[in-house]
Design a binder for this molecule. Structure first.
Ligand SMILES: CCCCCCCCCCCCCC(=O)SCCNC(=O)CCNC(=O)[C@H](O)C(C)(C)COP(=O)(O)OP(=O)(O)OC[C@H]1O[C@@H](n2cnc3c(N)ncnc32)[C@H](O)[C@@H]1OP(=O)(O)O
Length: 196
C-alpha cells in the first residue's frame, strides 16, 4: 500500500481549490450559527445536496485526495482549525489559531475535544517535518488551564522538546493574550520498519 507520508501521490491543486476549502470552513461555522426557518432549511438542504453531487463526481482514494495536502494554513483539512504559522525553527513553531463557531462547546468556550484534535495535527505535522522519519501519536495530554474562547485569535506555541531513541516528545500552549488557556504534551513514536 502506498504510504501517504513518504510517497505522496503527485496532485495538482486546481485554481480556486484553496479558496473553496476556506469557504467550506466558513460554511461549517455559518451552519452552526444559523437558526433557519423551514423555507431556508429546504433551500439550504437542496444546495448542499447539489454540492454533494458535484464533489462525489470526483471521489478518489486517500492517496489522491486534495484535502490535507494544500500548501496553505490548515492544508485544506477542514475538520481541524487552521494553524497559521508565523515563525518556525527545527524545534519551535509559533503562530495563531482561531476556533470558529463550529468548534463551540458551550457558553462561548471551545469544545474540549477540539483542542486535542488541534494539537494532534500541529504536533503530528511538526513531529514529521524537518527531515524527520514517520512517527505516529502514541499519547496526548491536555491541561485546560482557562476557557479557550471561540472566534478569537489565539497565540500558539509548539515545541519539539526532545528525542529519545524512537520517542519524540512535543509540548504546546495556547494563549489568549496574557491568559494561558491550554498546555499540551504529546509522545510520537517513530514507526518500526515496514509499519504503516
Ligand atoms: C510536508 C509533509 C507535511 C506533513 C503534514 C502531515 C500533517 C499530518 C498531521 C496529522 C498527524 C496526526 C498523527 C496521528 O494522529 S497518527 C494516528 C493516531 N495514532 C495511532 O493510530 C497510533 C496507534 N499506535 C501505534 O501504532 C503504536 O502503538 C505505536 C506506533 C505508537 C507504538 O508502537 P511500536 O510497536 O512501534 O512501539 P513500541 O511498543 O515498541 O514502543 C516504543 C517505545 O514507545 C513507548 N510507548 C509506546 N506507546 C506509548 C504510550 N502510549 N505511552 C507511553 N509510551 C509509549 C514504549 O514504552 C517504548 O518505549 P521504550 O521501552 O523504548 O522506552
Amino acid at each position: 500500500m502506498p504510504n501517504w507520508w513518504d510517497k505522496p501521490a503527485p496532485v495538482v491543486i486546481p485554481e480556486g481549490y484553496a479558496e473553496f476549502a476556506e469557504q467550506f470552513r466558513i460554511l461549517q461555522d455559518v451552519m452552526t450559527a444559523a437558526a433557519p426557518d423551514a423555507d431556508q432549511t429546504r433551500t439550504a438542504s437542496q444546495l448542499v445536496a447539489e454540492l454533494i453531487d458535484v464533489l462525489a463526481q470526483s471521489a478518489t482514494d486517500e492517496w489522491s485526495q486534495l484535502s490535507g495536502r494544500l500548501p496553505v494554513p490548515g492544508r485544506g483539512q477542514t475538520l481541524v482549525p487552521a494553524f497559521h504559522i508565523e515563525t518556525e525553527t527545527e524545534t519551535e513553531s509559533r503562530g495563531t489559531v482561531r476556533f470558529g463557531r463550529q468548534f463551540l462547546g458551550g457558553n462561548g468556550a471551545v469544545h474540549g475535544g477540539a483542542i486535542p484534535l488541534f494539537f494532534d495535527d500541529a504536533f503530528g505535522r511538526f513531529a514529521n517535518t524537518h527531515d524527520r522519519t514517520l512517527a505516529r501519536t502514541a499519547n496526548l495530554h491536555v491541561d485546560y488551564r482557562n476557557v479557550t474562547p471561540i472566534d478569537t485569535d489565539l497565540a500558539v506555541i509548539v515545541r519539539f522538546d526532545r528525542e529519545e531513541g524512537r520517542k519524540r516528545y512535543l509540548t504546546g500552549e495556547i494563549w489568549n493574550g496574557e491568559c494561558l488557556c491550554v498546555e499540551a504534551s504529546g509522545l510520537f513514536v517513530v514507526l518500526k520498519p515496514g509499519a504503516a
